[in-house]
Write a protein that binds this ligand. Structure first.
Ligand code: ADP
Ligand code: MG
Length: 692
């Protein structure tokens, strides 16, 4: 399609610089872009409807004679033109019109009108319809195919878009594009050529299944979707190839981790061992590891990360572990210090809230290489941070960071052509299709086994209004048995301040209701020092109840906590509910989760609470969540951009993902020139592909 891609829309008749700028707003720069701008509706202008049989809301074509055209001075000045075809009369109403327009609508002249029938002041009316006037009593021939209706933007008229598309389609016929997808694949999937698909979409026949064209099920749409998905996968693969082309330090050594394991009160699960093995094999190669470790909450990802870290340290390299929130980073810091101190390894801390002096010291120790490991937040990729020999980066909860941030951290360790290995952890199991589109550049390991002795968490959903007192009694009973509980306060507002206030109010209430318990409070507005102190008192068992905002969502690890209460659970999404619930059930005793909700429940909220009661399986919950929310919301705004498809729809076109991946691999191997052309066609200007 290179002719079409090389030709600017500005070269089409009727497109001046102003129009070109406006078209650019729709993402249309070339004739090829224009052809990928698909209709969202079709109108049937192939036959004329008798005026006498029109019904409101029909989109129709009528033809008749102008009976009158008058300016009415009512509440709003309007031009009203009456048209009759012998079967009935209908009015055309214009609120914006010119004198010339009025003069052209002469009594007795023939007119053809396209529009939606509405009920107006004079009976059935068209508001601002498109129309054509006869010269010498003749009107142009009727359309033979359905008329497309395109998404427009200010200053781009539907009509001119259609005229441009006619020119583009003519060019398409003159220069039929070479198909970049192999014929065999198209045939196997029953897909048309690109030219056929585009012609079908822009000018379908009257008897084509319009519903299928619009819903995406039609082979013409699937043809484009397939191509776009293949291009997307090619982007992933080339990004990966670009990264793999770098060198990386060879990291080997099992001594330190073996010593750590000897000191643990438990042994590794089979899944942990397998994943550690996969990581060790990657690290032993002189090209960078790019590995995503997925594991449900409580699966023991931290220990797997520690294994990787120790391999790097034993080989004389530094490790940086980055987490999205201060609280989560602090939890990791505590685990790593606990595990690494006996091995004589210091672990540094770096976050935005660190004091000037401590910060300077940390930076020095990282730069001169005297310390092998640092744990922190986004602060880790600030400019001032320099490493002596960074060999491995570990990122927890990847879905909260973008690809760019991952790459930024990697750049910290670039030395000549060497970059650090990358390990990414996520507790949000990612449904397969999404993982393929979002993390297609990474290898994946799954820790699909929980440590032994974990009983499933029993989950209840209760109306807060009538059952709150019972739940408070449950907290009391849990404390009496020597176990601990969380009470999570949620608010729909994003504001930290309001969340903090709500948590503080609940804290006061619970202190009054449970006077013999020690109750701690943690929220996002507290000083890090106070937050850490409160957490420490809960972790040590000194406090029996922790009241918190959703800041404790990830990472907090207190195995003796067996009861989780969530207020306003109806407001939370499934992933968040699952993450929060995962704060309990981490020890060996039976754990409970109480979801307190406010009535009335919306349908989705009811569904979410039901899913939570039914299952503890993170993958099932993630899939259900994706279904309820759609990929954009599921991922959060940061990553939607990375998944911005022009035509494909991740949910709708899920079934094409695996074939698209296979095809991308085959194209790269057998038709590299096609692969490159496809990438250019679909991903030009896409971020993230250039900087590998
Ligand atoms: P997550 O995968 O959610 O990050 P963690 O790494 O925080 O899980 O581990 C959860 C808890 O399980 C921690 O207390 C950890 O020490 C413990 N743990 C990890 N591996 C095992 C194991 N093999 N057997 C028993 N407990 C384990
Ligand atoms: Mg964790």
């Amino acid at each position: 399609m290179s002719e079409l891609a090389a030709r600017a829309v500005g070269s089409l008749r009727g497109v001046g610089p102003r129009a070109a700028t406006r078209l650019a707003k729709l993402g249309i720069h070339t004739v090829e872009d224009l052809l990928f701008h698909l209709p969202f509706r079709y109108e049937d202008r192939t036959r004329i409807a008798p005026i006498g049989r029109l019904r409101p809301e029909q989109h129709v074509v009528v033809e008749g004679e102008i009976m009158a055209a008058d300016i009415l001075f009512g509440k709003r000045r309007s031009l009203l033109c009456k048209v009759s075809d012998g079967t009935g009369m209908i009015s055309l109403r214009f609120f914006h019109f010119s004198a010339a327009q009025k003069n052209n609508l002469e009594r007795g002249r023939r007119i053809r009108v396209y529009g939606e029938v509405r009920v107006g002041g004079t009976g059935l009316e068209f508001f601002h319809p498109e129309y054509e006037l006869a010269d010498d009593d003749t009107l142009p021939a009727l359309h033979k195919s359905l008329t497309p209706v395109y998404p427009t933007t200010e200053g781009v008229q539907q009509r001119s878009l259609r005229t441009l598309m006619q020119q583009a389609l003519a060019l398409l016929n003159q220069h039929p594009p070479r198909d970049l997808l192999p014929e065999a694949l198209l045939a196997r999937n029953g897909l048309p050529t690109l030219r056929e698909a585009l012609l079908k979409l822009h000018a379908p026949n009257v008897d084509d299944p319009v519903d299928m064209l619009l819903s995406g099920g039609h082979p013409a749409v699937q043809r484009l979707v397939m191509e776009e998905m293949v291009a997307h996968q090619l982007g992933m693969l080339s990004k990966r190839a670009g990264q793999k082309a770098h060198g990386a330090p060879v990291l080997e050594g099992e001594r330190l981790f073996a010593t750590l394991c000897d000191g643990l009160p438990f042994s590794l699960t089979g899944a942990q061992q397998r994943v550690i093995h996969e990581i060790a094999a990657d690290l032993a190669l002189p090209s960078p590891m790019l590995r995503l470790v997925q594991g449900d909450v409580g699966a023991g990802k931290t220990l797997v990360a520690a294994a990787a870290a120790l391999m790097a340290i034993e080989s004389g390299y530094q490790v940086a572990l980055m987490a999205p929130t201060e609280l989560l980073a602090e939890q990791h810091l505590a685990s790593f210090r606990r595990w690494l101190a006996p091995l004589g390894i210091e672990v540094l801390w770096l976050s935005g809230s660190l004091g000037q002096k401590a910060r300077r010291e940390t930076l020095e120790k990282l730069a001169d290489g005297s310390v092998g490991m640092v744990v922190g937040t986004h602060a880790l990729f600030q400019e001032a941070v320099q490493f002596h020999r960074l060999g491995l980066t570990i990122i927890d909860e990847q879905h909260r960071f973008g690809v760019h941030q991952r790459l930024a951290l990697r750049e910290k360790g670039r030395q000549d052509n060497q970059v650090p290995h990358q390990l990414v952890l996520t507790a949000t199991p990612i449904p397969r299709t999404l993982a393929m589109s979002l993390y297609g550049d990474l290898d994946t390991s799954v820790i699909d086994e929980l440590p032994p002795g974990r009983e499933p968490i029993e989950t209840l959903a209760l109306p807060a209004a009538s059952r709150r007192a019972d739940v408070i009694q449950r907290v009391h009973a849990a404390a009496a048995k020597g176990t601990q509980a969380y009470w999570v306060c949620t608010l729909i507002e994003e504001s930290d301040t309001l969340q903090a206030q709500a948590a503080e109010a609940t804290w006061e209430d619970l202190k009054t209701a449970l006077p013999d318990l020690t109750i701690e409070l943690v929220h996002g507005r507290m000083k890090p020092k106070d937050k850490a102190a409160a957490m420490a008192r809960f972790a040590s068992g000194e406090a029996q109840l922790l009241v918190a905002t959703t800041v404790i969502e990830v990472g907090v690890d207190v195995p003796n906590a067996t009861l989780m209460v969530m207020e306003n659970a109806e407001r939370l999404g499934l992933s968040q509910l699952h993450q929060l619930r995962g704060r309990v059930g981490r020890g060996s005793g039976k754990s409970y989760c109480v979801l307190l909700y406010q009535t009335p429940l919306s349908q989705t909220a009811r569904r979410r609470l039901a899913v939570m009661r039914e299952t503890g399986d993170g993958f099932r919950i993630a899939e259900e969540d994706l279904r309820l929310r759609g990929p954009g919301e599921w991922l959060g705004t940061r990553q939607t951009g990375e998944l911005a498809f022009r035509i494909a729809d991740l949910m709708r076109d899920e079934a094409l993902m695996v074939p698209a991946r296979d095809m991308a691999e085959r194209l790269l191997a057998d038709h590299p020139a096609n692969a490159e052309a496809l990438l250019r066609r679909w991903l030009k200007g896409a971020e993230g592909y250039a900087d590998v």
